[in-house]
Design a binder for this molecule. Sequence first.
Ligand code: FRU
Length: 472
Amino acid sequence: MTSLQTSRPHFHFTPPQHWINDPNGLVYFDGEWHLFYQHNPFGSEWGHMSWGHAVSRDLAHWEHLPLALPEQADYMIFSGSAAVDWHNSGGFGDGIHPPLIAAYTAHSPREQTQHLAFSRDRGRTWTPYSGNPVVAIGSREFRDPKLFWHAPSGRWVMACALADRQQVRLYGSSNLREWRHLSDFGPAGAATGAWECPDLFPLSVEDDPAQQRWVLKVDDQRFGAQYFIGDFDGERFTCDDPPDVARRVDFGRDFYAAQSWNDAPEGRRVWLAWMSHWDYAAQTPTAPWRGMMSAPRELTLRADGGRLCLAQQPARELRSLRRAHWHIAQVSCDEANDRLRTLSVRGTALEIAATFVGTTGDAFGLKVRTGTAEETIIGYSAAEGLLVVDRSRSGDVSFSPRFDARHAAPCPLRDGALTIHVLVDAHSVEVFADGGRLVISDLIFPQPESDGIAIFGAAGARVQSLDVWELA
Ligand code: FRU
């Protein structure tokens, strides 16, 4: 039975009401993290696409602002990005304050074209550029511009998806108004569905900050979010891997259209994604809003046995939400349920860090959001070497036959141990394993009363340490 859930996520972004999908226009400016988003201001299903707007000073609390870019008479406002024009290279500023520039897709039944708008008041109001569109190629499948300043070549770059060709097309410009086609990347990796929402950025290698590589992320509607590591010389992205290698950003089902913030302080690279999936996004049982964002995540590159890979961690700002803390150590998994009860750990908004050891036997792991008839399992199958999130009994799963149950990531034990870092909220779990190299992000719809946590496993499995924080 589907019943509408009205309890809000505690620390994940949701709009005041109605439908949202992709994050848009992520830019940090003047102490504010801007979050624009695909929004239907009139209803809880996709339509009338416009940009909603919120800002945060700490990535943990969000202030809702009025609609930034409303649907127009002859086109909708599809996904895109925003950047600060520090040198007023486009001439959209007032000569004193650097303007914010938004690049987005104007979607009409005939064509998708790329438009600009500018703001001189910290993103509060926007004026479309009178010379729009800035790029039009007569295609209906050409969208989601990611705009950024490329300092080494001293110009703007815009990455767009040629969705049905499974390509990312790069453009360059010195004045934001005239754009030159630089190169195309793809098809490569997973190219089974439409490609959408590219992002392209440099990233430092952990423990070797002098070494920087470029990451190209693009979503494939069938496969989900994928990424490529390589080099970008200002014209062309070249990938380190052979063209058929597909790398997953997230092994769960609900992490789509991720975008990273332009101009984040201290050279950080932080992103978040729409936490849903096109297969069932229109049916998720919440009201008066539908759709939410993932937690913001910090990105790095990790050298793993000589091969670079993406690592994601919850943004450190989320630690400011930590309240009551529980800790246990050296507990056998089969006695742990009682020990946890003694500690009276409960909650619908939790951060959990757990290390399990000595586990050659059966599955072991955590259960969260447990209640009389509900549980979400975060387990490790030692036999298969798989980290698994099983949401088949997580709560309401009946709203869509495509809300599938079990998501797994191949995950090695390190010195016989598994460490996981978990964010639990009203409607989600995000599981970071192997230092953030593997992530499983999934929506769940339990009853608010299902707030228990437990440990399970065969007698051989032990919890080396377990920390639980209640999150504000
Ligand atoms: C991705 C997407 C984008 C498009 C937007 C429309 O989820 O399909 O390609 O711009 O959503 O809302």
